[in-house]
Ligand binder design. Structure first.
Ligand SMILES: *Cc1c(COP(=O)(O)O)cnc(C)c1O
Length: 391
């Protein structure tokens, strides 16, 4: 008997319920228009908010770094050492994020797996927003801390749950800054206030906030003017920064501690020099000008206002993440396929990424989009919406 038979059964079940994911093949660089499965399509899927994934200066910095440092780091940083480039990126990021220090990781996912278990353990409690990203959930599991989920974005529920918990060694409150499937923003000022009254450690994952929120895209802490009031920030270099990688931002002591205790730092090789050089170019570009961020918000206002006027339900978004609510997962997939057929790449998102019955097309706006193309896309959304009786 095949011991892995259950895999086929599970795959069939996913396929039949319309919940299986299909990964399309992309040719060429990320941009407003990309080639997917051999077709040129308008790209409404990517986290390339500012167009930095195909930035000329980033690419040339990357090429130079390969000439100077080669292609591979050869071992983890604690064993084979680290490059001056990695340190430079960490300093520049600290400056940009208005914190004392940052430490880079291989991805945002790794940054969460590194920092949460280093801060809390078996004797501690994490209060976690129920819609937090999977990497936060996994980081919490690895920590062995008890996890208490509070209602999404609800400070009253958070306060009540902390009060009813009584005394523990350490409390930590963790939230996404911008929620990646909803596009809404965490009530960070209220969370910080609650944390002050009960001495909880605060942590925010700003993956969809940096490059988007705050002055020149400095992120959610800047957006709410909370500099110095959030203990730990996690960030990614794979979204607005356009490359790949992640980091933890906070005090120098925190970053020193993670060099000793962050397992993905200690036991997995670092970003390559080419990645790091491209990230530095991205941070430099964002530090120098807020033009891209402004364009992103202009496009966001333009698209969302027209889609609402057309009759679509965009949930509670406050950012360029635009959930076009459909409801049924199979219907959302159908919608996405019809969009693709007319040349628009926008993914359907269903369970388990979002709750059952809350399937949606998630549109990600970018500074690279032209308003002419967005208008054209809205026309197709309207036609397909009517055809499928979503409107
Ligand atoms: C995308 C995302 C991550 C993962 O970032 P990667 O760098 O792609 O690993 C982590 N947290 C949140 C909130 C995210 O949206």
């Amino acid at each position: 008997m095949d011991k892995l038979n259950f895999i086929g059964e599970e795959l069939n079940r996913l396929e039949e319920s319309g919940l299986s994911v299909h990964v399309r093949t992309v040719d060429g660089p990320q941009d407003a228009w990309i080639t997917v499965d051999g077709r040129k399509v308008f790209n409404l899927c990517s986290n390339n908010y500012l167009g930095l994934a195909n930035d000329r200066q980033s690419k040339s910095a990357s090429q130079q770094a390969i000439e100077s440092f080669g292609v591979g780091p050869a071992a983890v940083r604690t064993i084979a050492g680290t490059t001056a480039l990695h340190k430079k990126l960490e300093q520049k990021l600290a400056c940009f994020k208005e914190v004392e220090s940052t430490l880079s990781f291989q991805s945002g996912f790794c940054a969460n797996l590194a920092v949460i278990p280093a801060i809390v353990g078996r004797e501690d409690v994490v209060f976690s927003d129920e819609l937090n990203h999977a990497s936060i959930i996994d980081g919490c599991r690895l920590s062995n801390a008890r996890v208490i989920r509070y209602e999404h974005g609800n400070p009253d529920d958070l306060r009540g749950k902390i009060l009813s918990e009584g005394s523990v060694r350490r409390r930590m409150i963790i939230t996404d800054g911008v929620f990646s499937m909803e596009g809404d923003i965490a009530p960070l000022p209220e969370i910080v206030k609650i944390a002050e009254t009960c001495e909880a450690i605060t942590m925010v994952d700003d993956a969809h906030g940096e490059g988007v929120l705050g002055r020149g895209g400095r992120g959610i802490v800047n957006h709410f003017n909370l500099q110095g009031k959030v203990d730990i920030e996690v960030g990614t270099l794979s979204k607005a920064f356009g490359v790949v990688g992640g980091y933890v931002a906070g005090s120098k002591r925190l970053c020193d501690y993670l060099v000793q205790k962050g397992r993905p730092f200690l036991f997995s090789s670092a970003l390559t020099a080419a990645d790091v050089a491209a990230c530095i170019a991205s941070v430099d570009k964002l530090t120098a000008s807020d033009n891209m961020v402004k364009q992103l918000w202009e496009n966001t206002g333009f698209f969302q206002e027209r889609m609402k006027r057309t009759g679509f339900n965009l949930g509670n978004t406050k950012t360029p993440i635009t959930p076009v609510m459909i409801g049924d997962a199979a219907l959302a997939k159908d919608f996405s396929q019809k969009l693709f057929d007319v040349g628009i790449f926008a993914q359907a998102i269903g369970y388990p990424t979002v709750p059952k019955g809350r399937a949606r097309i998630r549109v990600m706006l970018s500074a690279t989009h032209s308003q002419k193309d967005l208008t054209w896309a809205i026309g197709h959304f309207e036609n397909i919406g009517k055809e499928l009786r979503v409107l």
